[in-house]
Structure formats: structure tokens, C-alpha cells
Ligand binder design. Sequence first.
Ligand code: 9MR
Length: 365
Amino acid sequence: MLSRRETILSSLKAATALGLAASSPLGTLLAGNAAAQAASPVAGLPYGAAVRDGPLDQEADYRAALVRHCSQIVGEGGLKWYDLRPTREQFVYTAPDKHMAFATAHGMTLRGHTLVWYGAMPDWTKSIASASEAERLLVGHIEAVMGRYRGRIKSWDVVNEAIPDDPASRSDIRPSIWQQRLGESHIALALRTAARVDPGAQLVINEYDIEFVGARFRRKREAFLRLIRDLKLRNVPLHAVGLQGHLRGELAIDKEGLSAFIAECRAMGLAVLVTELDVIDDKLPGPPEVRDILVASRVYDFLDAIRVAAPLDSILTWGITDKHTWVPIYFKRTDGFINRPLPLDAAYQPKPMMQVIAHFLRDRR
Ligand code: 9MR
């Protein structure tokens, strides 16, 4: 097995081979950190990760990694309708209660994900037949779930992924049972209900695919901004924009476009959170040392573009270790190499991505 120093040296060699000058910001950052190794570069910083129940219950290494690196966690599942509401009458709080207990025991906070989403809906919700029934269920759900964790879950992804992958116009909203029965007003309804139930909670609208170069992503950014502007103009309570940050290894970050988008959000008084960072690496070259640098470099560009326009007060990755990640479910590599989307490798060793996250959190304004 390579020593930590050898690993870093081989990363640097890979970086040089990729044309990443040692004098570039990322090159300097990786070289600098090679000299000063901390047990956890993000310890004490507002870094966190999504947690999965299997390993949380069964793997001591996994729990130890969370405790060592994270000051916050979020359930990868647990608070989704599919998990909470197997039937219309039931509320199953086993997983979120467990996440809350783990967070509290280790001095971490727990984020809430998510109250309104087209995805992970139990089948029975298809039978919601009218606007009044939809309104009753949505309001009742938010009252029950946010109410249970009032004052304890301090930041909520109230609305998740409201914008379609390729919006037909700026006013396009992704289809869901809520959109079908209530139209776009379901978004304001959810946010207003959330503010009433827990006036102290940070209310977030969370989205992906808004950071890349390309017309489709520009359209998605514009549609997202249209929705946010509209909510703010109507005084709907909304405190932050969540950038999921499921980066695609093969797509360049539109740094200017992203910074401009963030600047607009800031001008409306919104905070900016990174909520689900990882790098989908199925289309990147196989060798891990090379891939890890390319992954770190995408994360660098993404965080750098945000930092130009907003303080980076919170970064969560969608999982903590390459051992447990959603990425291979949809983006498995075909060359036999495992995916490496996250800050720790499958043996829980920090990768260059972790150093990049630490760098941006340490130097936050
Ligand atoms: O990673 C999550 C996966 O384990 C679940 O099966 C799936 C459906 O609930 O959701 C995944 O998480 C998604 C998140 O909730 C919203 N943004 C995209 C995430 C990755 O697909």
C-alpha cells in the first residue's frame, strides 16, 4: 500500500501529466497540503455528508469517518415521502430519529431533505385526486414532519428539483403530483407553511445541473432564477438556494454563468449552500490518481465560481466515501475501476477533493 506521502506525490505527478501546472491554484493547494497533513483537513469546518442507513447501522469505520470529518449530516433518505409515508395514514420516523440521535450524540447538526419533490413518492400519492386534497396533504405533511423536528432541524430543503432537465420556457416547472393538482402555487404554499411551522428554520430551494457550460444548463439556470425572483417578489419566505453540485466529470463548469447566477441570488438576500456535492466520474480516465485530480479540479472550479459571489458557509457531499455512493447505480464505469466521486476513498483515506473542500471552507469570507 502507498504511504500518504507517496499517494500525494503520485497525485502531483498525475496532475503534471494532465497539464495542471504546479503553480496553478489547485497545484499549489495540493503541494502545500502535502507538507502539512492534518488528521482531518475539514475538522471543525462547516463540512458535512449525506448518511446511509446500512453502513450507519453496521460499519464502525463509516461512523468513525462521519464523526471525524463532519459537523453536519443529512439523511440520503429517511425524510422523503417514500420513506416516511408508506401509507396515507402512517408516518415512519425511525430513520430520521436515528439520524438526529447520531448527530446530537456527536455535536453535529442534521439538515432536512426534503418536503416537496417529484421523486421518491409512494404509489398511493398517485391517487391524490383534487387540488383541495393535495393542499390538505401537503400542508398536513409539512406540519407533522417539520413540527416534529422544530428547533432541531435548522435547515430544510423545502422544495427539491422544481425545474425540469431541459425547461421549455423560463416558467416551466417539473411535473409532480403537486404541480399537476396545484400548479406552481404549491411551491409558495410549501414555503409559507414551513415558515409558519418553524419560523426559525432556514428554508431552502435545492437544484442540480445549473453549473455547466451549455445551452441546456443556461436555460435551467434562467428558469430557476425566474422562479426564485418570483417567490421573492411575492414575499414568499425563502432563505437560501441549495446547489446540489452533482458535477459531471466530463462537463466544464460555466464559472461566469454560475457566479452571475449566485450574484443575483445574493442581491435578493439569499444564502448559498452546497448540498449534495460529488463528481460523476464514469466518463473520466480510469487510473485513480489521474481521476482524483480531475475530480478535485472540477470541485475547485465549482467552489471557486461560487466564492466569487457568495460566502461558502456550508458544503455537504452526497456520501462521504467511495464505498457507499449512489453514483454507480446510474453511472457505473465499464472498465472495472470503481467510481470515485467522494472526498474519502473506499478505505476512508482523504483524496485531493477533500483538500479542495477544506481549502474553500478555511478561507471562507
Ligand atoms: O442518493 C439517493 C438514493 O440513495 C435514493 O435511492 C434516491 C431516491 O430517493 O435519491 C438519491 O438522492 C438524490 C437526492 O435525494 C436528490 N438529488 C439527487 C440525489 C441523487 O440521485
